[in-house]
Design a binder for this molecule. Structure first.
Ligand code: SF4
Length: 249
């Protein structure tokens, strides 16, 4: 794995379709997993199972998800007959945080601390065991933070000095419409919240429905500015520069 050549892989995969990128990822790495939370990730699971039956899937259970999201996870588990490993926060970090700041501190001092404990730390624990992971990131999910993502990259946020971590983004060039075309065509399970105006779905207190033609990220951490709208899972996307283009409201 240490000999994995990212520039060469990127040259080979640039602008290839998601199935080709997934196949490459799953053929080159045994110790690889799909990160599952939203509609895009189920499309990845749906495609990946046609390539390899023994795919590994994990999801972050922050303890603050909608009940619809838990039902969605269960639907996916049963539909594909796969295991979904749920990653939960470390109680030794979570308990003192909640005791000191309560359950809604993110509305006052930003989402970073809560996401750090409920999402980033459990993810870091999991990723430290993997050689590569597959995400459902798409460029058009965020004009501020996702425009430059490549098909394959070194995950600078979660690699360590002695253990590089490779990240594959097979759906990067797909639009939301293409994702939903696949969901409809192949009868892929989806979160029932999508029928209630939700597009990008995270934790219940930090997600709300959006109006027609509003950008999907508007519904996430709506009290914060656009260039901060990453929870830390894709921290390498976030720069300190001003947003080049704020989503329209
Ligand atoms: S999305 Fe909101 S509730 Fe969920 S971990 Fe982040 S700040 Fe906490």
């Amino acid at each position: 794995m240490n000999s994995f050549n990212i520039p060469s892989a990127q040259t080979e995969l640039k602008n290839k379709n998601p199935r080709r990128i997934l196949k490459y990822a799953l053929e080159n790495f045994d110790n690889i997993a799909i990160s599952f939370s939203g509609a895009e990730d189920v499309v990845l699971i749906d495609m990946a199972l046609n390539i390899r039956k023994d795919i590994k899937v994990f999801s972050l259970d922050t303890g603050r998800l909608h009940s619809e999201t838990y039902r969605f996870m269960e639907k996916v588990r049963k539909h594909y007959q796969i295991d979904i490993e749920l990653l939960t926060p470390d109680r030794t970090l979570l308990d003192p945080f909640v005791k000191a700041k309560g359950l809604f501190s993110f509305y006052q001092d930003s989402h970073q601390e809560c996401c750090g404990i409920r999402k980033v730390e459990p993810l870091r624990r999991k990723l430290s065991q993997l050689d590569a992971w597959i995400t459902g990131q798409r460029k058009d999910q965020s004009l501020d933070t996702r425009q430059d993502i490549p098909e394959v990259q070194l995950d600078t946020a979660f690699s360590s000095d002695n253990k590089p971590l490779i990240k594959f983004n097979p759906l990067l060039n797909w639009s939301s419409a293409q994702v939903w075309d696949h969901i409809e065509a192949y009868q892929v399970p989806y979160n029932e919240l999508h029928e209630k105006g939700f597009i990008s779905i995270g934790c219940e207190p930090c997600t709300r429905a959006v109006l027609p033609n509003q950008h999907e990220r508007i519904g996430r951490w709506w009290w914060e500015s656009g260039n901060k709208k990453e929870c830390g899972l894709h921290a390498g996307n976030v720069t300190t520069e001003q947003p080049r283009n704020k989503p329209s409201t």
